[in-house]
Design a protein around this ligand. Sequence first.
Ligand code: NAD
Length: 324
Amino acid sequence: MKILITGCCGFIGFNFANFLTKTNKKIRVVGIDNFSDYYSVNYKKKRLKELIQNRNFVFYSVDINQNKKLIRLYKKYHFNYVFHFAAQAGVRYSLINPRSYIENNISGFFNVLNLSIKFKVKRLFYASSSSVYGELNKFPLKENYELRPKNIYGLSKKMNEEMVNVLLQKNKTQCIGLRFFTVYGEWGRPDMFMMKYLNATYNKSKVFYLNNYGNHFRDFTYIKDVCKILKRLIYIKLKYKHLIVNICSNKPIKLTSIIKKIDDLTLIKPKIKKRSLQKADILKTHGDNSLVKKLTGIKKFTDTSVGLKNTVEWFKKNKNTINF
Ligand SMILES: NC(=O)c1ccc[n+]([C@@H]2O[C@H](COP(=O)([O-])OP(=O)(O)OC[C@H]3O[C@@H](n4cnc5c(N)ncnc54)[C@H](O)[C@@H]3O)[C@@H](O)[C@H]2O)c1
């Protein structure tokens, strides 16, 4: 089985590529990334260093906007499955550099979708986001609820879902859109809450800015659960051409509670500056996960006490070398 993973040096792409190659030696994974400098390129290279230890993994430095390079890869490997994670991520950055979302998440996405259809990939999995829902007040959020994205990031993901609906019609390829909800864990993203908080915890010169005074709720989802789910989704029988599924734990937690849990694990309190709600932020995310449970048969998600413990331990072990 040959699988393409785009954005393999990013948080989710790296963890999933590593998990797949380690748990099934018969799967051949081709990973691509453009080492975008949205956050530390060195950190992405460290992830890649880990990945290339796996003999069934091969890396190409390719930007998804380089269509000719992508065509060469699709021709060479005839992928059975594609997992598309390469994107401009981040909600707040969408206020600073909206163009990056158009170029990477819309034009780039079109290339991956178009080639996956052309080369008859069996199933294309692509990263959408809980941000497509916007500020809805009906919880838990179900896949069939109306979408009201509040920022260019969420809009770009909504457009991905719509692009699939339009382009997929008469083709063999099936698509699964993955609406991720605040994924956290080992090798996490330095621009997201968890890694920022741990960085401030272990680096005395850093201040942690707590937005909305910590009153946000997030449906934190552990990366190892995500990896297990994604692997199961390869093998499920699917009657639909296009399915959209929430990837979440269905357990929203207030930021102040998560902070208390982390402090109890580290026994350190970082310098915190509280501030008001940031413009692009959503107050609460809480997804319904009954569909993903039904599809994959996974009934239990990792408890945050376990996920946080693993994340803190990983951070302590790696803090001197990750340097983000
Ligand atoms: N982490 C989360 O909690 C979360 C939540 C919702 C949605 N998502 C989505 O899941 C996907 C993966 O997220 P992540 O947290 O791993 O983000 P990430 O930024 O860590 O990973 C994205 C990777 O894609 C690469 N990339 C960006 N533009 C590219 C391009 N044009 N060509 C090739 N590579 C490119 C980056 O260098 C990076 O390594 C993204 O689409 C993101 O929007 C993530």
